[in-house]
Write a protein that binds this ligand. Sequence first.
Ligand SMILES: *[C@@H]1O[C@H](CO)[C@@H](O)[C@H](O)[C@H]1NC(C)=O
Ligand SMILES: *[C@@H]1O[C@H](CO)[C@@H](O)[C@H](O)[C@H]1NC(C)=O
Ligand SMILES: *[C@@H]1O[C@H](CO)[C@@H](O)[C@H](O)[C@H]1NC(C)=O
Ligand SMILES: *[C@@H]1O[C@H](CO)[C@@H](O)[C@H](O)[C@H]1NC(C)=O
Ligand SMILES: *[C@@H]1O[C@H](CO)[C@@H](O)[C@H](O)[C@H]1NC(C)=O
Ligand SMILES: *[C@@H]1O[C@H](CO)[C@@H](O)[C@H](O)[C@H]1NC(C)=O
Ligand SMILES: *[C@@H]1O[C@H](CO)[C@@H](O)[C@H](O)[C@H]1NC(C)=O
Length: 368
Amino acid sequence: MYFLWLCILLRVTLISGNRFDPHVFPQRGPFFEGWYIRLIDSDNGNSIGLLFGQVLPDVSKSVNNYPPVLCSILVRSCSVTGCKLFSHDATFNSSDVKVRVKGKPVDKNPDISSPANFTWLAKNSVSFVFFRSNVSSSSFRVKFGNVSLDGELSSPIPWGPDGEGPEGWVDKFPLPLHWFVYSLRSSIVSYKFKKGREIVFEGRHGTAHMEKNWGKSFPKAWIWSEGISPNNVTYVVSGGHVQVGPIPITAHLLGYRNPLKNISVDFHPYDSYISAKYDGCRGFINITARGPLHSVELYVTAELSSFSQCLYGPESQGFRPVCKETYDASATIYVYRLNILIDKQFLSSVALEFGGENVCGGCTSLKK
Ligand SMILES: *[C@@H]1O[C@H](CO)[C@@H](O)[C@H](O)[C@H]1NC(C)=O
Ligand SMILES: *[C@@H]1O[C@H](CO)[C@@H](O)[C@H](O)[C@H]1NC(C)=O
Ligand SMILES: *[C@@H]1O[C@H](CO)[C@@H](O)[C@H](O)[C@H]1NC(C)=O
Ligand SMILES: *[C@@H]1O[C@H](CO)[C@@H](O)[C@H](O)[C@H]1NC(C)=O
Ligand SMILES: *[C@@H]1O[C@H](CO)[C@@H](O)[C@H](O)[C@H]1NC(C)=O
Ligand SMILES: *[C@@H]1O[C@H](CO)[C@@H](O)[C@H](O)[C@H]1NC(C)=O
Ligand SMILES: *[C@@H]1O[C@H](CO)[C@@H](O)[C@H](O)[C@H]1NC(C)=O
Protein backbone atom coordinates (compact mmCIF):
# COMPACT_ATOMS: atom_id res chain seq x y z
CA MET A 1 0.00 0.00 0.00
CA TYR A 2 2.76 2.44 0.97
CA PHE A 3 4.49 1.33 -2.17
CA LEU A 4 1.45 2.23 -4.20
CA TRP A 5 1.16 5.67 -2.61
CA LEU A 6 4.83 6.27 -3.15
CA CYS A 7 4.37 5.42 -6.79
CA ILE A 8 1.46 7.78 -7.17
CA LEU A 9 3.47 10.50 -5.47
CA LEU A 10 6.47 9.83 -7.69
CA ARG A 11 4.30 9.91 -10.70
CA VAL A 12 2.72 13.23 -9.90
CA THR A 13 5.96 14.87 -8.94
CA LEU A 14 8.33 13.31 -11.44
CA ILE A 15 6.36 12.17 -14.42
CA SER A 16 4.12 14.89 -15.46
CA GLY A 17 5.20 15.79 -22.85
CA ASN A 18 5.09 12.69 -24.45
CA ARG A 19 7.26 9.87 -23.20
CA PHE A 20 9.31 10.05 -26.39
CA ASP A 21 10.72 13.24 -24.94
CA PRO A 22 13.88 12.90 -22.84
CA HIS A 23 13.78 12.25 -19.10
CA VAL A 24 15.74 14.05 -16.42
CA PHE A 25 18.83 12.08 -15.47
CA PRO A 26 19.12 11.44 -11.72
CA GLN A 27 22.11 12.70 -9.70
CA ARG A 28 23.47 9.20 -9.45
CA GLY A 29 23.41 6.27 -11.81
CA PRO A 30 22.77 3.78 -13.02
CA PHE A 31 20.34 5.36 -15.44
CA PHE A 32 20.04 5.30 -19.19
CA GLU A 33 17.85 6.51 -21.97
CA GLY A 34 17.95 5.29 -25.57
CA TRP A 35 15.95 5.78 -28.76
CA TYR A 36 15.51 3.28 -31.59
CA ILE A 37 14.09 3.87 -35.06
CA ARG A 38 13.70 1.26 -37.80
CA LEU A 39 12.86 2.25 -41.36
CA ILE A 40 11.37 -0.11 -43.93
CA ASP A 41 11.46 1.01 -47.55
CA SER A 42 8.22 -0.16 -49.16
CA ASP A 43 9.72 0.11 -52.66
CA ASN A 44 12.40 -2.52 -52.11
CA GLY A 45 11.85 -4.05 -48.65
CA ASN A 46 15.18 -2.75 -47.39
CA SER A 47 15.50 -1.77 -43.75
CA ILE A 48 17.80 0.54 -41.78
CA GLY A 49 18.02 1.09 -38.04
CA LEU A 50 19.22 4.02 -35.99
CA LEU A 51 19.78 3.92 -32.27
CA PHE A 52 21.34 6.39 -29.90
CA GLY A 53 21.46 6.83 -26.17
CA GLN A 54 23.31 7.72 -23.03
CA VAL A 55 24.15 5.91 -19.80
CA LEU A 56 24.87 7.53 -16.45
CA PRO A 57 27.07 4.78 -15.02
CA ASP A 58 26.89 3.33 -11.57
CA VAL A 59 30.07 4.74 -10.04
CA SER A 60 29.97 2.32 -7.12
CA LYS A 61 30.87 -0.51 -9.51
CA SER A 62 34.41 -1.04 -10.71
CA VAL A 63 35.63 1.44 -13.29
CA ASN A 64 35.72 0.29 -16.86
CA ASN A 65 36.01 1.63 -20.33
CA TYR A 66 32.48 1.12 -21.51
CA PRO A 67 31.37 4.14 -23.53
CA PRO A 68 28.64 6.20 -21.86
CA VAL A 69 27.21 7.43 -25.16
CA LEU A 70 26.60 5.45 -28.30
CA CYS A 71 25.00 5.76 -31.71
CA SER A 72 24.66 2.85 -34.15
CA ILE A 73 23.42 2.71 -37.71
CA LEU A 74 22.17 -0.80 -38.58
CA VAL A 75 22.27 -1.78 -42.24
CA ARG A 76 21.70 -5.00 -44.11
CA SER A 77 24.24 -6.32 -46.50
CA CYS A 78 22.97 -8.89 -48.97
CA SER A 79 24.70 -11.33 -51.24
CA VAL A 80 23.63 -14.44 -53.14
CA THR A 81 23.83 -16.44 -49.91
CA GLY A 82 21.44 -14.12 -48.03
CA CYS A 83 21.33 -10.94 -45.98
CA LYS A 84 23.01 -10.07 -42.69
CA LEU A 85 22.73 -7.09 -40.37
CA PHE A 86 25.81 -4.92 -39.71
CA SER A 87 26.33 -1.99 -37.38
CA HIS A 88 28.34 1.18 -37.77
CA ASP A 89 29.03 2.56 -34.30
CA ALA A 90 30.20 5.82 -32.84
CA THR A 91 30.93 6.44 -29.18
CA PHE A 92 31.03 9.75 -27.36
CA ASN A 93 31.82 11.20 -23.98
CA SER A 94 28.92 12.42 -21.88
CA SER A 95 30.11 16.00 -22.28
CA ASP A 96 29.67 15.66 -26.06
CA VAL A 97 25.89 15.33 -25.67
CA LYS A 98 23.38 18.16 -25.68
CA VAL A 99 19.70 17.32 -25.17
CA ARG A 100 16.98 19.96 -25.38
CA VAL A 101 13.23 19.87 -24.79
CA LYS A 102 11.39 22.78 -26.39
CA GLY A 103 14.79 24.35 -26.92
CA LYS A 104 15.73 24.21 -23.21
CA PRO A 105 17.80 21.86 -21.05
CA VAL A 106 15.77 18.97 -19.64
CA ASP A 107 14.53 20.07 -16.23
CA LYS A 108 11.38 17.97 -15.88
CA ASN A 109 10.20 14.60 -16.99
CA PRO A 110 7.85 14.34 -19.95
CA ASP A 111 4.13 14.38 -19.28
CA ILE A 112 2.08 11.72 -20.94
CA SER A 113 0.02 13.22 -23.69
CA SER A 114 1.54 16.42 -25.04
CA PRO A 115 3.41 16.11 -28.35
CA ALA A 116 7.12 15.34 -28.45
CA ASN A 117 9.39 18.33 -29.02
CA PHE A 118 13.06 17.66 -28.44
CA THR A 119 16.52 17.57 -29.99
CA TRP A 120 19.36 15.14 -29.21
CA LEU A 121 22.86 16.07 -30.31
CA ALA A 122 26.21 14.33 -29.85
CA LYS A 123 29.33 15.68 -31.45
CA ASN A 124 33.07 15.08 -31.21
CA SER A 125 35.97 15.55 -33.60
CA VAL A 126 35.05 12.51 -35.74
CA SER A 127 31.31 11.87 -35.34
CA PHE A 128 28.06 13.77 -35.34
CA VAL A 129 24.50 12.74 -34.41
CA PHE A 130 21.48 15.02 -34.54
CA PHE A 131 17.93 13.83 -33.95
CA ARG A 132 14.87 16.01 -33.70
CA SER A 133 11.25 15.12 -33.09
CA ASN A 134 8.09 17.23 -32.88
CA VAL A 135 4.35 16.86 -33.37
CA SER A 136 4.54 16.70 -37.17
CA SER A 137 7.99 15.40 -37.99
CA SER A 138 11.14 13.60 -36.88
CA SER A 139 14.45 14.03 -38.64
CA PHE A 140 18.02 12.82 -38.23
CA ARG A 141 21.47 13.66 -39.52
CA VAL A 142 24.25 11.25 -38.58
CA LYS A 143 27.84 11.12 -39.74
CA PHE A 144 30.62 8.78 -38.50
CA GLY A 145 33.82 9.07 -40.49
CA ASN A 146 32.80 8.41 -44.09
CA VAL A 147 29.39 6.89 -43.27
CA SER A 148 26.27 9.03 -43.06
CA LEU A 149 22.53 8.64 -42.61
CA ASP A 150 20.02 11.45 -43.14
CA GLY A 151 16.27 11.29 -43.13
CA GLU A 152 12.91 12.70 -42.30
CA LEU A 153 9.73 10.99 -41.06
CA SER A 154 6.18 12.24 -40.84
CA SER A 155 3.97 12.51 -37.76
CA PRO A 156 3.66 9.47 -35.46
CA ILE A 157 0.94 6.83 -35.56
CA PRO A 158 0.76 6.30 -31.81
CA TRP A 159 0.42 3.01 -29.99
CA GLY A 160 -2.71 4.14 -28.21
CA PRO A 161 -4.75 7.16 -27.20
CA ASP A 162 -3.48 9.84 -24.80
CA GLY A 163 0.16 8.78 -24.90
CA GLU A 164 -0.52 5.16 -23.94
CA GLY A 165 2.35 2.76 -24.65
CA PRO A 166 2.89 -1.00 -24.49
CA GLU A 167 3.21 -1.00 -20.71
CA GLY A 168 -0.37 0.17 -20.23
CA TRP A 169 -1.02 1.68 -16.80
CA VAL A 170 2.05 0.01 -15.32
CA ASP A 171 4.18 2.71 -16.97
CA LYS A 172 3.24 4.91 -14.03
CA PHE A 173 5.27 2.74 -11.67
CA PRO A 174 8.96 3.35 -11.07
CA LEU A 175 10.02 0.11 -12.76
CA PRO A 176 13.73 -0.59 -13.30
CA LEU A 177 13.15 -0.49 -17.05
CA HIS A 178 10.59 1.22 -19.23
CA TRP A 179 9.61 0.72 -22.85
CA PHE A 180 7.60 3.17 -24.90
CA VAL A 181 6.55 2.84 -28.54
CA TYR A 182 6.14 6.34 -29.95
CA SER A 183 5.10 5.44 -33.47
CA LEU A 184 3.99 2.17 -35.05
CA ARG A 185 4.43 3.36 -38.63
CA SER A 186 5.38 6.96 -39.37
CA SER A 187 5.68 7.56 -43.11
CA ILE A 188 9.14 8.01 -44.54
CA VAL A 189 9.51 11.39 -46.20
CA SER A 190 13.05 10.60 -47.33
CA TYR A 191 16.25 8.91 -46.20
CA LYS A 192 19.75 8.45 -47.55
CA PHE A 193 22.60 6.23 -46.36
CA LYS A 194 26.01 7.01 -47.80
CA LYS A 195 29.51 5.60 -47.64
CA GLY A 196 31.89 8.25 -48.73
CA ARG A 197 30.30 9.80 -51.81
CA GLU A 198 28.47 6.60 -52.75
CA ILE A 199 24.72 6.55 -51.99
CA VAL A 200 24.20 2.99 -50.75
CA PHE A 201 20.47 3.27 -49.98
CA GLU A 202 17.95 6.01 -50.43
CA GLY A 203 14.19 6.21 -50.61
CA ARG A 204 11.02 8.22 -50.25
CA HIS A 205 8.42 5.56 -49.41
CA GLY A 206 7.88 3.31 -46.47
CA THR A 207 7.35 3.38 -42.75
CA ALA A 208 9.30 3.83 -39.56
CA HIS A 209 8.86 2.20 -36.17
CA MET A 210 9.99 4.50 -33.34
CA GLU A 211 10.50 3.60 -29.71
CA LYS A 212 12.62 4.19 -26.64
CA ASN A 213 13.73 2.64 -23.37
CA TRP A 214 14.83 4.19 -20.12
CA GLY A 215 15.65 2.99 -16.64
CA LYS A 216 18.57 1.42 -14.81
CA SER A 217 19.82 -1.06 -17.37
CA PHE A 218 18.70 -3.48 -20.01
CA PRO A 219 17.58 -6.75 -18.39
CA LYS A 220 19.68 -9.88 -17.95
CA ALA A 221 17.84 -11.62 -20.78
CA TRP A 222 15.29 -10.48 -23.30
CA ILE A 223 13.61 -10.90 -26.66
CA TRP A 224 12.14 -8.24 -28.94
CA SER A 225 10.43 -8.35 -32.30
CA GLU A 226 8.54 -5.89 -34.44
CA GLY A 227 7.04 -5.95 -37.94
CA ILE A 228 4.77 -4.26 -40.43
CA SER A 229 2.92 -5.53 -43.52
CA PRO A 230 2.09 -3.65 -46.74
CA ASN A 231 -1.49 -3.43 -45.37
CA ASN A 232 -0.35 -1.57 -42.27
CA VAL A 233 -0.65 -4.58 -39.96
CA THR A 234 1.83 -4.06 -37.13
CA TYR A 235 2.92 -6.02 -34.11
CA VAL A 236 5.51 -5.41 -31.42
CA VAL A 237 6.55 -7.74 -28.64
CA SER A 238 9.19 -7.58 -25.95
CA GLY A 239 9.86 -9.60 -22.89
CA GLY A 240 12.53 -10.30 -20.39
CA HIS A 241 13.62 -10.95 -16.85
CA VAL A 242 13.36 -7.77 -14.85
CA GLN A 243 14.05 -7.25 -11.19
CA VAL A 244 11.28 -5.34 -9.46
CA GLY A 245 12.74 -4.57 -6.04
CA PRO A 246 13.73 -7.96 -4.67
CA ILE A 247 11.40 -9.83 -7.01
CA PRO A 248 12.64 -11.21 -10.32
CA ILE A 249 9.82 -11.44 -12.82
CA THR A 250 9.54 -12.52 -16.42
CA ALA A 251 7.21 -10.19 -18.21
CA HIS A 252 6.09 -9.96 -21.83
CA LEU A 253 4.24 -7.17 -23.58
CA LEU A 254 2.56 -7.58 -26.95
CA GLY A 255 0.51 -5.35 -29.24
CA TYR A 256 -1.17 -6.16 -32.55
CA ARG A 257 -2.93 -3.78 -34.96
CA ASN A 258 -4.82 -4.41 -38.18
CA PRO A 259 -6.44 -1.11 -39.16
CA LEU A 260 -8.26 -2.61 -42.19
CA LYS A 261 -10.03 -5.07 -39.88
CA ASN A 262 -10.24 -2.60 -37.02
CA ILE A 263 -8.31 -4.92 -34.70
CA SER A 264 -6.23 -3.38 -31.95
CA VAL A 265 -5.26 -5.68 -29.09
CA ASP A 266 -2.69 -5.36 -26.32
CA PHE A 267 -1.52 -7.90 -23.79
CA HIS A 268 0.05 -7.03 -20.45
CA PRO A 269 1.03 -9.21 -17.50
CA TYR A 270 -1.77 -7.67 -15.45
CA ASP A 271 -4.60 -8.56 -17.85
CA SER A 272 -3.32 -11.51 -19.90
CA TYR A 273 -1.59 -14.82 -19.82
CA ILE A 274 1.48 -14.80 -22.08
CA SER A 275 3.67 -17.82 -22.67
CA ALA A 276 6.83 -17.61 -24.73
CA LYS A 277 9.17 -20.22 -26.13
CA TYR A 278 12.32 -19.10 -27.81
CA ASP A 279 15.81 -20.14 -28.70
CA GLY A 280 18.50 -17.74 -29.85
CA CYS A 281 20.48 -20.64 -31.30
CA ARG A 282 17.58 -21.73 -33.46
CA GLY A 283 16.43 -18.22 -34.27
CA PHE A 284 12.77 -18.39 -33.26
CA ILE A 285 10.22 -17.11 -30.80
CA ASN A 286 6.76 -18.64 -30.36
CA ILE A 287 4.36 -16.62 -28.26
CA THR A 288 0.82 -17.25 -27.15
CA ALA A 289 -1.03 -14.39 -25.50
CA ARG A 290 -4.49 -14.78 -24.06
CA GLY A 291 -6.53 -11.84 -22.87
CA PRO A 292 -10.13 -11.67 -21.72
CA LEU A 293 -11.56 -11.50 -25.26
CA HIS A 294 -8.72 -11.99 -27.70
CA SER A 295 -5.77 -14.26 -28.07
CA VAL A 296 -2.80 -14.07 -30.40
CA GLU A 297 -0.32 -16.69 -31.56
CA LEU A 298 2.89 -15.26 -32.92
CA TYR A 299 5.62 -17.31 -34.57
CA VAL A 300 8.78 -15.46 -35.60
CA THR A 301 11.72 -17.15 -37.23
CA ALA A 302 14.92 -16.18 -39.02
CA GLU A 303 17.99 -17.75 -40.57
CA LEU A 304 20.84 -17.69 -38.05
CA SER A 305 23.14 -16.35 -40.75
CA SER A 306 21.01 -13.17 -40.98
CA PHE A 307 21.74 -12.11 -37.37
CA SER A 308 24.22 -9.36 -36.64
CA GLN A 309 27.25 -9.84 -34.49
CA CYS A 310 26.81 -8.54 -30.94
CA LEU A 311 25.30 -5.06 -30.93
CA TYR A 312 25.72 -2.50 -28.18
CA GLY A 313 23.07 -2.01 -25.54
CA PRO A 314 22.85 0.11 -22.37
CA GLU A 315 23.98 -1.54 -19.15
CA SER A 316 24.58 -0.06 -15.71
CA GLN A 317 28.23 0.75 -16.51
CA GLY A 318 27.86 1.95 -20.09
CA PHE A 319 27.23 0.51 -23.52
CA ARG A 320 28.37 -3.05 -24.03
CA PRO A 321 27.85 -5.61 -26.80
CA VAL A 322 24.75 -7.39 -25.52
CA CYS A 323 22.38 -8.49 -28.25
CA LYS A 324 22.03 -9.94 -31.73
CA GLU A 325 19.45 -8.83 -34.20
CA THR A 326 18.14 -9.52 -37.69
CA TYR A 327 15.90 -7.55 -40.04
CA ASP A 328 15.20 -10.66 -42.12
CA ALA A 329 12.86 -12.62 -39.91
CA SER A 330 9.34 -13.59 -40.86
CA ALA A 331 6.27 -13.74 -38.66
CA THR A 332 3.06 -15.73 -38.81
CA ILE A 333 0.27 -14.36 -36.66
CA TYR A 334 -3.13 -15.78 -35.74
CA VAL A 335 -5.67 -13.64 -33.95
CA TYR A 336 -8.70 -15.10 -32.21
CA ARG A 337 -11.71 -13.46 -30.65
CA LEU A 338 -13.58 -15.75 -28.27
CA ASN A 339 -11.62 -18.65 -29.79
CA ILE A 340 -12.74 -17.86 -33.34
CA LEU A 341 -9.97 -17.09 -35.82
CA ILE A 342 -10.52 -13.52 -37.01
CA ASP A 343 -7.19 -12.71 -38.64
CA LYS A 344 -4.15 -14.48 -40.02
CA GLN A 345 -1.10 -12.66 -41.35
CA PHE A 346 2.31 -13.46 -42.70
CA LEU A 347 4.88 -10.68 -42.39
CA SER A 348 8.34 -10.65 -43.93
CA SER A 349 11.33 -8.36 -43.19
CA VAL A 350 10.50 -8.26 -39.50
CA ALA A 351 13.02 -7.42 -36.80
CA LEU A 352 13.98 -10.06 -34.24
CA GLU A 353 16.42 -9.57 -31.38
CA PHE A 354 17.84 -11.82 -28.69
CA GLY A 355 19.47 -10.03 -25.78
CA GLY A 356 21.68 -10.81 -22.79
CA GLU A 357 21.56 -14.45 -21.76
CA ASN A 358 19.29 -15.24 -24.72
CA VAL A 359 22.07 -14.51 -27.20
CA CYS A 360 23.32 -17.66 -28.87
CA GLY A 361 26.90 -18.08 -27.70
CA GLY A 362 26.62 -14.93 -25.55
CA CYS A 363 28.41 -11.64 -26.04
CA THR A 364 31.74 -11.00 -24.38
CA SER A 365 32.76 -7.48 -23.47
CA LEU A 366 34.80 -7.46 -26.63
CA LYS A 367 32.76 -7.06 -29.75
CA LYS A 368 32.59 -10.33 -31.61
C1 LIG B 1 36.57 11.26 -24.21
O1 LIG B 1 37.36 12.24 -23.60
C2 LIG B 1 38.69 11.83 -23.38
C3 LIG B 1 39.42 12.92 -22.59
O2 LIG B 1 38.86 14.16 -22.82
C4 LIG B 1 39.37 11.59 -24.73
O3 LIG B 1 40.70 11.15 -24.55
C5 LIG B 1 38.59 10.50 -25.45
O4 LIG B 1 39.13 10.29 -26.76
C6 LIG B 1 37.13 10.90 -25.57
N1 LIG B 1 36.39 9.76 -26.14
C7 LIG B 1 35.51 9.90 -27.12
C8 LIG B 1 34.84 8.65 -27.60
O5 LIG B 1 35.23 11.00 -27.64
C1 LIG C 1 8.93 23.24 -29.74
O1 LIG C 1 10.25 23.67 -29.41
C2 LIG C 1 10.66 24.84 -30.11
C3 LIG C 1 12.11 25.11 -29.73
O2 LIG C 1 12.93 24.06 -30.15
C4 LIG C 1 9.75 25.99 -29.72
O3 LIG C 1 10.12 27.17 -30.46
C5 LIG C 1 8.31 25.64 -30.02
O4 LIG C 1 7.46 26.66 -29.51
C6 LIG C 1 7.92 24.31 -29.33
N1 LIG C 1 6.58 23.93 -29.74
C7 LIG C 1 5.65 23.64 -28.87
C8 LIG C 1 4.31 23.27 -29.42
O5 LIG C 1 5.84 23.71 -27.67
C1 LIG D 1 9.40 19.99 -36.67
O1 LIG D 1 10.66 19.47 -37.09
C2 LIG D 1 10.91 19.65 -38.49
C3 LIG D 1 12.22 18.94 -38.78
O2 LIG D 1 12.09 17.58 -38.44
C4 LIG D 1 10.97 21.13 -38.81
O3 LIG D 1 11.21 21.33 -40.22
C5 LIG D 1 9.67 21.79 -38.41
O4 LIG D 1 9.76 23.21 -38.56
C6 LIG D 1 9.33 21.50 -36.95
N1 LIG D 1 7.98 21.92 -36.67
C7 LIG D 1 7.66 22.58 -35.57
C8 LIG D 1 6.21 22.93 -35.40
O5 LIG D 1 8.50 22.89 -34.75
C1 LIG E 1 35.53 4.51 -45.26
O1 LIG E 1 36.48 4.45 -44.22
C2 LIG E 1 36.96 3.16 -43.93
C3 LIG E 1 37.90 3.21 -42.77
O2 LIG E 1 37.61 4.25 -41.93
C4 LIG E 1 37.64 2.59 -45.17
O3 LIG E 1 38.05 1.26 -44.91
C5 LIG E 1 36.69 2.59 -46.34
O4 LIG E 1 37.35 2.18 -47.53
C6 LIG E 1 36.11 3.97 -46.56
N1 LIG E 1 35.07 3.86 -47.57
C7 LIG E 1 34.85 4.79 -48.50
C8 LIG E 1 33.74 4.53 -49.47
O5 LIG E 1 35.48 5.85 -48.54
C1 LIG F 1 -1.44 2.54 -44.62
O1 LIG F 1 -1.42 3.73 -43.85
C2 LIG F 1 -1.08 4.88 -44.59
C3 LIG F 1 -0.91 6.05 -43.63
O2 LIG F 1 -1.53 5.86 -42.43
C4 LIG F 1 -2.14 5.14 -45.64
O3 LIG F 1 -1.80 6.28 -46.42
C5 LIG F 1 -2.25 3.91 -46.55
O4 LIG F 1 -3.32 4.10 -47.47
C6 LIG F 1 -2.51 2.67 -45.71
N1 LIG F 1 -2.45 1.48 -46.56
C7 LIG F 1 -3.47 0.62 -46.65
C8 LIG F 1 -3.29 -0.56 -47.57
O5 LIG F 1 -4.49 0.77 -46.02
C1 LIG G 1 -13.47 -0.45 -34.12
O1 LIG G 1 -13.41 -1.14 -32.88
C2 LIG G 1 -13.72 -0.35 -31.74
C3 LIG G 1 -13.56 -1.21 -30.49
O2 LIG G 1 -12.43 -1.98 -30.56
C4 LIG G 1 -15.15 0.17 -31.85
O3 LIG G 1 -15.39 1.04 -30.76
C5 LIG G 1 -15.30 0.94 -33.16
O4 LIG G 1 -16.68 1.32 -33.31
C6 LIG G 1 -14.88 0.09 -34.34
N1 LIG G 1 -14.93 0.88 -35.56
C7 LIG G 1 -15.46 0.41 -36.70
C8 LIG G 1 -15.41 1.34 -37.90
O5 LIG G 1 -15.93 -0.71 -36.78
C1 LIG H 1 7.36 -22.94 -32.73
O1 LIG H 1 6.41 -22.75 -33.76
C2 LIG H 1 6.72 -23.43 -34.97
C3 LIG H 1 5.69 -22.99 -36.02
O2 LIG H 1 4.39 -23.18 -35.56
C4 LIG H 1 6.69 -24.94 -34.71
O3 LIG H 1 7.05 -25.62 -35.90
C5 LIG H 1 7.72 -25.26 -33.60
O4 LIG H 1 7.62 -26.61 -33.28
C6 LIG H 1 7.45 -24.41 -32.37
N1 LIG H 1 8.55 -24.65 -31.42
C7 LIG H 1 8.34 -24.90 -30.15
C8 LIG H 1 9.54 -25.16 -29.31
O5 LIG H 1 7.24 -24.87 -29.68
